[in-house]
Design a protein. Structure first.
Length: 284
């Protein structure tokens, strides 16, 4: 994603190693799972516009390519992510599509962007891992033209997203090394509080801030559920380092907890998120 975090997430999420490779390996599954959020996000990109778009924490490039499709040959998109495996996968995807996209392997918090180089900055789940949120959004403000748009989607709280936390709740007795979730620390739920998002954006040069709670229905094939549980999230990361007996035991305990999300041959859950928009302050 966009940058490694501090505290619990820094050692837990290795965006250059096994954690990043898990995202690459499950790219097709995650594309399906988060397709509704991608579609919502890229609506901010006008079709055929002569715009320069930056996608922050672009991962394997799905949202970057989707934005580029909307622009066509009139504009261009840049995706940035700290993870080399993800950027490598994104570059392959961009080359296959033949779209005006390019990718940067760097930390969006500190990258020396061309000043005032972008008309729009977007992100899907890529802005919650910064070490210093205000510094990061200030750097992005410097990369934006005055009046340029910012649009991102971030998770609301853990308590509102049981699908994202069920596995670790069930597995914690067997995996005591699982890191605790602490409020406001960099990580998946760092932006649980809407007022915190507003404070960060206001202090880093953004105005016209709108923060909308959204509940988005997501789905993927039930046949992919075991692969998801065994590779993604805190439990998936822990199981990547576990022996096979431990893996099988944990999965056997965790999988039944997800019956509530299974309907026939599909998994259905609600992603409780914030849809955030803002504009680059004209006076900065």
């Amino acid at each position: 994603m966009s940058t490694s975090g501090t505290g619990n997430d820094r050692p837990a999420i290795d965006w250059k190693g096994s954690s990043a490779q898990a995202w690459v390996d499950t790219q097709a599954l995650l594309d399906v799972m988060f397709q509704p959020l991608e579609e919502r996000l890229v609506q901010a990109v006008p079709r055929g516009a002569q715009m320069q778009v930056l996608d922050v924490g672009c991962g394997t490039g799905g949202t970057t390519v989707a934005a580029a499709r909307r622009l066509g040959s009139a504009g261009s998109c840049v995706g940035i992510d700290i993870s080399r495996p993800m950027i490598d996968a994104a570059e392959k995807r961009g080359a296959t599509e033949g779209l005006p996209v390019r990718f940067l392997r760097d930390d969006a918090q500190t990258h020396a962007f061309t000043p005032a180089g972008f008309d729009l900055i977007i992100s899907r789940f890529g802005v919650m891992f910064f070490e210093d949120f205000t510094a990061a959004f200030r750097n992005l403000r410097q990369a934006a033209r005055p009046g340029a748009g910012l649009r991102f989607i971030a998770w609301r709280g853990a308590e509102e997203n049981p699908f994202m936390t069920m596995a670790e709740q069930a597995a914690r007795p067997m995996l005591p090394q699982l890191p605790p979730r602490r409020p406001d620390e960099p990580g998946q739920f760092a932006f649980a509080r809407g007022e915190r998002i507003r404070d960060i954006l206001q202090s880093s040069g953004w105005t016209a801030i709108e923060i909308e709670p959204i509940d988005v229905a997501c789905t993927f094939p039930e046949s992919e559920l075991l692969a998801y549980l065994g590779s993604m999230g805190p439990v998936g990361r822990a199981l990547q380092q576990a022996d096979e007996n431990t893996r099988q035991h944990v999965i056997a305990i965790v999988r039944p907890r997800f019956d509530r999300f299974v309907n026939g041959d599909t998994v259905n859950f609600t992603a409780a998120c914030w849809d955030v928009s803002a504009e680059a302050d004209l006076l900065r």
